[in-house]
Design a protein around this ligand. Structure first.
Ligand code: NAD
Length: 280
């Protein structure tokens, strides 16, 4: 005689709270980490995986080495139709993410986006789409806790230091430069200071671009090399001293607690939320 197990009321609440997650870019570096993180979270269910690179493969075989019974699909709209997700997580490419967001937000799916490379105009369009479809989107240029604290500390230090430069280092496959994190850091530093920072002028830049790109009054330098995951240094200079605030990511796993936090929070928010800071 098999043992009969009765569910308690508490279990039923947990079951009904399960967040149905679709991962877009599921076969990429970050997407595979998201698949592993979502499938090991007790309050989430992976319901679909989209990625033209892994068409018809079992996403479990790709990301975990064992079957999950979920085939990778190529069309986001069809995947949403089939799986009715609550949340789409997107780690794809700057060239395709706007199209993905248009499809998901229009279908009433909340979005958590790690893909970088958005322009100010893109963000305005996304905010409008969220309002028009009464949906929510969290976009974080960096989901790591350390990177978010680095940004917070850099903003604080910018109130006291006039001169600063940012050096960001990423792997050789990163499509955009400078990184979304570097741009966001510069923006937060300028806002905290109440005016642009200062960078030392160079009379003769013998090689164009050697002083980096300028925003918020400071220079950003982007290094792309195999061996890096994602690092950033914010260097403040004053008479006789330097203050260096550095974050070093050695594995993409560092992004997952932030991604899971955003998945759990996104349906409680409204409109476009840019950056993880307000969720920490
Ligand atoms: P990747 O190239 O390894 O993966 C991207 C995947 O997206 C690929 O498998 C590709 O086939 C897939 N893809 C392409 N077009 C698609 C589409 N239309 N629909 C669905 N999938 C599609 O790149 P990655 O290293 O995983 O990085 C992805 C993005 O995440 C980049 O923009 C990167 O800068 C960003 N990133 C953000 C964070 C963060 O914390 N926010 C951290 C790391 C990387």
């Amino acid at each position: 005689m098999p043992e009969i197990k009765y569910l308690r009321a508490r279990d039923l609440v947990i079951l009904s709270d399960t967040i149905r997650v679709l991962v877009s870019g599921a076969c990429g570096n970050m997407g595979q980490h998201v698949v592993r993180a979502v499938t090991s979270a007790k309050d989430m269910e992976l319901v679909a995986a989209v990625d033209p690179a892994g068409l018809n493969r079992d996403v479990g075989e790709v990301a975990l080495g064992h079957s999950l019974g979920i085939k990778v699909l190529g069309h986001l709209a069809a995947a949403i139709e089939q799986s009715s997700p609550d949340v789409m997580v997107d780690f794809t490419h700057p060239d395709v993410v706007m199209g993905n967001l248009e499809v998901a937000l229009k279908a009433g799916v909340s979005c958590v986006v790690g893909t970088t490379g958005f322009s100010d105009t893109d963000l305005k369009i996304i905010d409008r789409m969220c309002r028009n479809h009464n949906t929510t989107c969290i976009i974080a240029p960096n989901f790591s806790l350390g990177a978010n604290l680095m940004m917070r500390f850099a903003a604080e230090a910018a109130r006291y230091f006039e001169y600063a430069e940012i050096v960001e280092r990423h792997h050789e496959h990163k499509a955009d430069a400078p990184s979304g994190t570097a741009l966001k850091t510069a923006e937060l530093m300028e806002a905290a200071r109440g005016e642009p920072l200062r960078s030392a002028p160079t009379a003769h830049e013998k090689l164009a671009g050697s002083r980096g790109g300028e925003t918020a009054g400071l220079r950003i330098h982007s290094i792309r090399l195999p061996g890096y995951v994602a690092n950033q240094e914010v260097v403040f200079g004053a008479q006789g001293e330097l203050l260096i605030i550095e974050n070093v990511s050695s594995s993409r796993e560092c992004f997952m607690p932030g991604v899971l936090l955003a998945i759990r929070s996104v349906r409680k928010l409204k409109g476009l939320v840019y950056g993880l800071d307000s969720l920490l």
